[in-house]
Design a protein. Structure first.
Length: 137
């Protein structure tokens, strides 16, 4: 199997129950679409867990960052269990401790504060992508 070294796989948890899960998905999309579109790829975590072999090869082919909403770390656990250990894990609830003035309330329409938090999380993911690829931005 070929190991792809110039791209990083970013796997977000699919949390619907907590604002942190929504933030992990939005932050991941920001990285994929805006911050590092040429350096990142993703998979659908539910499909991955449902058993597609193509999806499960993912973390064996790409170095992978799991992005989790909370300490249950569903993306990390699922990726490790079914494909390969993520190279790095970003946990939104941990990052939030650095920004106590930014509060989360909604799971649907993110407030201005939640959007700011999503950007902070996205920046941390992007920095980790750069570190994994050995690039300085
Ligand atoms: S990591 Fe937390 S927010 Fe994400 S799916 Fe699991 S329980 Fe939900």
């Amino acid at each position: 199997m070929t190991i792809v070294k110039d791209k990083v796989g970013v796997v977000s948890c699919s949390g619907e129950d907590l604002p942190e899960g929504t933030i992990s998905r939005i932050a991941t999309r920001l990285v994929l679409e805006k911050l590092r579109p040429h350096d990142t790829v993703t998979i659908c975590l539910p499909l991955f867990l449902a058993g597609s072999e193509d999806e499960r090869a993912f973390a064996r082919v790409f170095p992978t960052i799991a992005v989790d909403g909370c300490d249950k770390r569903c993306a990390e656990v699922g990726t490790k269990e079914y494909s390969g250990k993520p190279v790095a894990v970003i946990v939104v609830s941990e990052i939030m401790k650095k920004y106590p003035h930014l509060k989360t309330k909604s799971r649907d329409n993110l407030s201005a504060e939640e959007k700011k938090l999503a950007i902070k999380v996205a920046e941390e993911i992007a920095a980790k992508v750069d570190e994994i690829l050995g690039r300085k931005k």
